[in-house]
Ligand binder design. Structure first.
Ligand SMILES: [Zn+2]
Length: 143
């Protein structure tokens, strides 16, 4: 199930607080958006319907907590995004991300270790339908 940019803003607050009320979310997001209380409540309802949030009643308040971890959800978002691109382009996209990403020495070390143990293929298979990338038209790649 995909999640909109607006819903993502809500999820970030809930992952940070772990369990929270709509008024807390409205307060946090007032620093970033001009959403009304009813906008936030609509988004919360949608997230509950999509199964991203668990809601429980505590007196007169509703408490919202995440149904999935932030890490799990980030990975899913990134997998969905990469799924939009030809598999053969993924390494180039990662090169771009690596050069743009701020890293510590220990981040670099971890990535180096990962790369050294990475299994490689003779050629990455194209997973596109004909006509949506150039791989299957035997057009020379520029790299
Ligand atoms: Zn392709």
């Amino acid at each position: 199930m995909t999640i909109s940019n607006a819903e993502w803003e809500i999820m970030r607050v809930i992952w940070t607080k772990e369990e929270t009320t709509s008024s807390d979310i409205i307060e946090v997001l007032s620093h970033k958006t001009d959403w009304t209380a009813s906008t936030v409540k609509t988004l919360l309802k949608r997230l509950v319907d999509k199964g991203y949030l668990v809601v429980k009643k505590n007196g007169r308040q509703f408490l919202y907590s995440p149904a999935f971890s932030e890490e799990e959800s980030i990975n899913k978002q990134v997998d969905d995004l990469f799924g939009k691109f030809c598999q053969r382009k993924h390494a180039t996209i990662l090169e771009h991300l690596l050069s743009e990403t701020l890293m510590t020495a220990s981040d670099v070390k971890q990535l180096q270790a990962l790369l050294l143990s990475k299994e490689t293929l003779e050629q990455v298979p194209c997973d596109c339908i004909p006509g949506q990338c150039r791989c299957q038209e035997h057009v020379e790649e520029t790299r």
